[in-house]
Ligand binder design. Structure first.
Ligand code: FAD
Length: 594
């Protein structure tokens, strides 16, 4: 193993940050604590976590913040340049494929599965010293910190977590006894990691077109087919959809199966990883194509409710994708600010230029929206898990909104941050190229933007009426945020009313389908604006979040004339507060909220 000792890696980190005035090259964020520098995250965690939980978990947030800005970031950089390699056969000619991973990826796995035990933290006590499973808010906050350094591995981590959820919820007692002790283990050498294979050549979006068949042979299920996109291709157990012979066509005939990589006697199960994909991003992680050649699988839950059951995993993944987008955007903000405060052009640091401030705001505001939205969604998940039907309905629509909009915003934010760094941002030694490459997959997996938007309009709004639950929750926040000037809250309330009417109209009229994305975006924008306004009203909070709310209101929810200047005088004043490095008080900015 060509492991580079850790002290050598850190020498590199320090060397990178000798940039600045001395040699004109702006530094990057290497060596920073990504938790300590994230005021928004720290404030919001105190808002959503029980004080005891926050106290117990804070050292872990802090430790992961240090790792994400240090060792993990260094490992991620190396792993990105050494993608996994598939070995189709061994030297004896046996088709027993395996994948070689670089040592840097293995060390990241040890941090994720061994040290933090991300996969198990929602399912059993004992992770991070907690005497019960972690709240969803804490789990997603930890994912958010981790992904600021490494995106690729979060797929295997999350999909192991969500596979455990499906097994716990739907599998028979016997199957649970077989799988769960292995999947919940924190011993990296022996644990079973999970994944999810759904997509085939015939369909990613059109799941009903799947062609994989399940045959019952000698009392056991065997699978035949070709899975076209299999991330974490060598996982120990995959949850997948297949059609039992004779079952109905379309989505109704799909059943959910658990496919182990090894059989109970230790032999390899009858499927092969045919090849790995050469991908734009997520390069540290292996995505492959898999041929099922009579592989043994176990039916999970009700054979006629396969897709419905699988959608629970999909929805959990969708929230994690929103969190990952938020995380990558945060990394972009951190990088852009560090650079803008240091780089000098025409005799001034570039952050002093109004046009560059505008560019930075376009990076910062979507990032803060995503942070507020994913924590609110995770909180809804915690309340839903505690039995609240209202929170379940809220979770339904929020998950879809976060996946849709945060993943879309991640792309221009990543490009914007690169541009702030100038030409260096385009060079692979810096993190920006990886951030740009990784950002794009968010609009593909677990549903493309169109599929996400249609889900929001037709199902979450049209069928479940979950937008009305959202309205109830947001109205409560508007009513409670009394320190915020009433005129601003009234403007937000009006925008909320108009958004809901628009959403209902589009949901009711099939001819308006082209507006589905517009509806999804508007719902996200108004929800995030009200959230940020409410967060700014909390005692001791940093009030700049209310300014972010106003930016969203003006630029995303208010008509604009393309032939008039878009930016008002208030924005220049607001930017002074946004870019100041101290806490902003509500009294100072109240005049900017009208
Ligand atoms: C790196 C990577 C890893 C992946 N890993 C996995 C994995 O582990 N497991 C897994 O199951 N899948 C995985 N996927 C597959 C991914 O989920 C699918 O690619 C995605 O769902 C889109 O499906 P598709 O590729 O078949 O595109 P299509 O469904 O053919 O879509 C093509 C285009 O048509 C549009 N479209 C389709 N239907 C409609 C409609 N009704 N209205 C409007 N527009 C529509 C889509 O929005 C899209 O723009 C992965 C993909 C990538 C890129």
């Amino acid at each position: 193993m060509d492991a580079i000792p850790s002290h050598k890696s850190f020498d590199n980190v320090k060397a990178q940050n000798v940039g600045g005035a001395a040699n004109h090259v702006a530094p990057d964020c290497a060596g920073q604590n990504f938790y300590a520098i994230d005021r928004g995250l720290r404030d919001l965690l105190q808002l959503y976590l029980e004080p005891n939980d926050f106290r117990r978990l804070q050292p872990h947030f802090d430790r992961l913040g240090v790792l994400a800005g240090g060792r993990l970031d260094e490992l991620a950089r190396v792993a990105d340049k050494h993608p996994p390699v598939l070995n189709a056969r061994d030297r004896f000619g046996r088709d027993e494929d395996w994948i070689d991973y670089h040592w840097s990826y293995r060390e990241m796995e040890q941090i994720a599965f061994g040290d933090f035990q991300f996969h198990a933290m929602s399912h059993r006590p004992g992770t991070l010293g907690m005497d019960r499973p972690l709240p969803a808010v804490a789990k997603y906050a930890l994912q958010y910190l981790f992904v600021q350094a490494e995106f690729g591995l979060m797929c295997p981590i999350s999909v192991t977590d969500t596979s455990i959820h499906l097994v716990r919820k739907f599998a028979s007692a016997e199957l649970k006894d077989y799988l769960l002790p292995k999947m919940l283990s924190g011993e990296i050498a022996t644990m079973w990691k999970g994944t999810q294979f759904m997509t085939e050549r015939a369909g990613g979006s059109d799941v009903g077109a799947l062609e994989t068949t399940a045959r019952c042979e000698d009392g056991e299920w065997r699978l035949y087919g070709d899975k076209w996109f299999c991330s974490h291709a060598d996982a120990d157990v995959a949850l997948l959809l297949a059609r039992p012979e004779g079952a109905a066509a379309g989505t109704r005939g799909l059943a959910l199966f658990a496919l182990p990589r090894r059989l109970k006697d230790g032999r390899r199960n009858a499927y092969r990883i045919v090849r790995l994909k050469d991908k734009l991003g997520t390069r540290s992680m292996a995505s492959g194509e898999i041929l099922l050649e009579g592989a043994v699988a176990y039916l999970v839950g009700d054979a006629e409710r396969g897709l419905k059951q699988m959608m629970e995993q999909v929805n959990l993944s969708r929230l994690s994708h929103g969190v990952r987008a938020a995380a990558m955007m945060r990394r972009c903000v951190n990088e852009a600010l560090v650079c803008a405060r240091s780089r000098v052009a025409f005799g001034k640091t570039i952050i002093e230029y109004p046009l560059l401030r505008r560019q930075l705001l376009k990076i910062i505001v979507p990032t803060e929206q995503a942070l507020s939205m994913f924590l609110f969604t995770a909180d809804a998940m915690d309340r839903a898990n505690a039995g609240s039907r209202q929170a379940e309905s809220l979770l339904r629509i929020l998950t879809a909104l976060v996946k849709f909009r945060a993943c879309r915003d991640n792309i221009p934010v990543a490009t914007g941050a690169m541009e702030v760094r100038g030409g260096n941002g385009y060079i692979e030694e810096w993190v920006h190229a990886r951030l740009i490459r990784d950002a794009h997959v968010g609009v593909l997996w677990e549903g493309t933007s169109n599929i996400n938007a249609l889900d929001i309009v037709t199902r979450a709004v049209g069928k479940s009426r979950a937008h009305r639950t959202l309205e109830v929750e947001l109205t409560k926040l508007l009513d409670r945020a009394t320190p915020i000037p009433a005129a601003f809250r009234d403007r937000l309330r009006l925008a909320l009313d108009r958004t809901l009417v628009f959403a209902e109209r589009v949901a009711a009229e099939p001819a308006l389908e082209e507006s589905a994305r517009q509806v999804a975006s508007s719902l996200y924008h108004i929800a995030s604006a009200i959230l940020m306004m409410w967060e700014a009203a909390q005692p001791g909070a940093d009030a700049r979040r209310a300014l972010y709310a106003r930016f969203v209101l003006e630029h995303r929810l208010t008509a604009q004339d393309p032939l008039q200047p878009r930016y008002g005088e208030w924005e220049r004043e607001a930017a002074e507060f946004v870019f100041s490095e101290r806490q902003v008080l509500l009294a100072e900015i109240a005049g900017l909220l009208s």
